[in-house]
Write a protein that binds this ligand. Structure first.
Ligand code: FAD
Length: 472
């Protein structure tokens, strides 16, 4: 009898263990459910549309057309088994606390109806319960987590099937009717110009990164103007590429060119941060909403709507922060170094609660990922596990000068500063009037003056931290 393959965040054919298991049973019914209880952000919805379109095309070519249904999985799955006589459902696991709860309940309800359900690991290098300290506890610190993860044997990824038996067409929603993409206004032009969702694009990006950029990764990964990182994050979030495929491709490339081994290792170590974030969220589900370090519960966050809005628009008057926030708005992505600077600015300079920043990122990032985003915000805020110490406050001018010395990144995203001399590009307020007028800048009119003075903001943040430091 046929088996249902429930696609979730594993929108690929390659290295897909649930697909391999379903195919071993007989004809496959590939299904994607749009569950109104899931609320992906606006940029994620845009991505999902493109990814489903690509998956639908690949599945149609294989001979097993993708079925789209909207509603609660607890109703759709039993209904589809009745419609098709399928006796088995396969899926790859997700690890957010609320989804674990949902999937457990589904599994027991379906099993009670005599339907076989089996789930697999399709999205992490190792599952959160597999990586343990010597005493059997979960890890709270990344470096030992990485050491232990890097020694684990990973399964060889299954190659993508060339053919797959399906059923004759079943009723399916029309993807366009889900309105995942914006129409009025259509704000997605920058996303379209930057990204190509789907498995094939993910694989070309991986191959291009390994061939061209991986050797220079350690030096270039902190330079926001360089194409120094893989930009695989949205593809990874939607499971268009498997982390095991990435791991084995990097290992194969470095076996062929041993001089690139250290660079490859550095990249895989970064990939492991994604697993680490899922590990933390799995073992401490509250960290999506609550401070890991509870003394931060007493932190005097400010409800400063005007400052928050200026930050979201990239109008803080600090060029590196503004460039990052505008890159995010235009392209749905921000370079990691600048994510750290922009997030730190919101939390420390403006003293706005990290959760407001995290929500903004979740709505605007194409790679928005609850586990990674929340763990990263807590890390920046100083409230997280293994976090950056609170008192280390990024100076946005020095960060800009260090990682974007000639201002290429600022010039690309803050065009009103494009003509400013590199000496002042990260601190336009320090430029003599003649320099400003030569560059066509009228501070306060064409580009904002700094929202807060760095020295003042730093002292204010440290004083607030001093108040909560000894509480627990
Ligand atoms: P590469 O350097 O090529 O790394 C390869 C892959 O490793 C990435 O695609 C990603 O899956 C993983 N990775 C790399 N760095 C990190 C990291 N620091 N933490 C966890 N995983 C990492 N990443 C997300 O995928 N989704 C988010 O919602 C997200 N929110 C963030 C919020 C803040 C405040 C910060 C500081 C970082 C956040 N990151 C998030 C982590 C990181 O910025 C991105 O993963 C990275 O910039 C993606 O670019 P890349 O694919 O070119 O990375």
């Amino acid at each position: 009898s046929p088996a249902i393959l429930w696609f979730r965040r594993d929108l690929r054919l390659d290295a897909n263990p649930a697909l391999a298991a379903a195919m071993a049973r007989g004809p496959v019914i590939p299904l994607f459910i749009l569950d109104p209880a899931d609320r992906p952000g606006a940029a994620s919805r845009w991505w999902l549309h493109g990814s489903l379109e690509a998956l639908g095309e690949s599945l149609a070519r294989l001979g097993a057309p993708l079925i789209l249904r909207r509603g609660s999985p607890s109703e759709i799955l039993p209904a589809l088994t009745a419609e098709t006589d399928a006796r088995a459902i396969f899926w790859n696991r997700l690890y957010e606390p609320h989804l674990i709860g949902r999937d457990k309940a589904l599994k027991s309800a379906l099993t009670a109806q005599g339907i076989e359900v089996e789930s697999f690991n399709g999205s992490l290098l190792a599952e959160p319960w597999q990586v343990r300290t010597q005493s059997g506890d979960p890890y709270k610190v990344f470096t030992p987590f990485w050491r232990s993860l890097a020694q684990m044997p990973f399964p060889a990824p299954h190659p993508a099937p060339k053919k797959c038996a399906g059923l004759s067409p079943l009723p399916s929603d029309d993807l366009a009717s889900w309105s995942l993409r914006p129409s009025k206004p259509d704000w997605a032009g920058g996303l379209r110009a930057t990204w190509q969702p789907g498995e094939r694009a993910a694989q070309s990006r991986l191959a291009a990164f390994i061939d061209d950029a991986m050797v220079g990764y350690r030096e270039a990964r902190d330079i926001p103007a360089a194409e120094g990182t893989s930009r695989l994050s949205p593809h990874l979030h939607w499971g268009e590429v498997s982390p095991h495929r990435i791991w084995s491709a990097v290992e194969a490339a470095t076996a062929a060119h041993p001089s690139g081994a250290e660079a490859g290792r550095a990249f895989l170590r970064e990939l492991a941060w994604r697993d680490f974030a899922h590990h933390l969220l799995f073992h401490w589900p509250d960290i999506a909403r609550e401070n890991w370090k509870s003394q931060f519960d007493a932190f005097p966050w400010k409800e400063d709507t005007a400052a928050f809005t200026a930050w979201t628009k990239g109008e803080t008057g600090y060029p590196i922060v503004d460039a990052g926030m505008r890159q995010l708005w235009q392209t749905g992505w921000m370079h990691n170094r600048v994510r750290m600077i922009a997030a730190s600015f919101l939390v420390k300079h403006l003293m706005v609660d990290w959760r407001r920043g995290a929500e903004w990122f979740e709505n605007t990032l194409v790679d928005a990922d609850l586990a990674v985003n929340r763990a990263s915000w807590q890390w920046v805020a100083g409230s997280g596990a293994d976090a950056a110490p609170y008192f280390r406050i990024f100076n946005p001018v020095l960060q800009g000068e260090k990682f974007d010395g000639d201002g290429a990144y600022v010039r690309a995203f803050v065009p009103e500063l494009a003509k400013l001399d590199a000496r002042f590009i990260h601190k336009p307020w320090a430029a003599p009037d003649a320099e400003l007028s030569k560059a066509g800048i009228a501070l306060g009119r064409t580009y904002p003056k700094p929202l807060v003075d760095h020295g003042h903001a730093r002292a204010r943040a440290l004083a607030a931290y001093e108040q909560i430091r000894n509480e627990s």
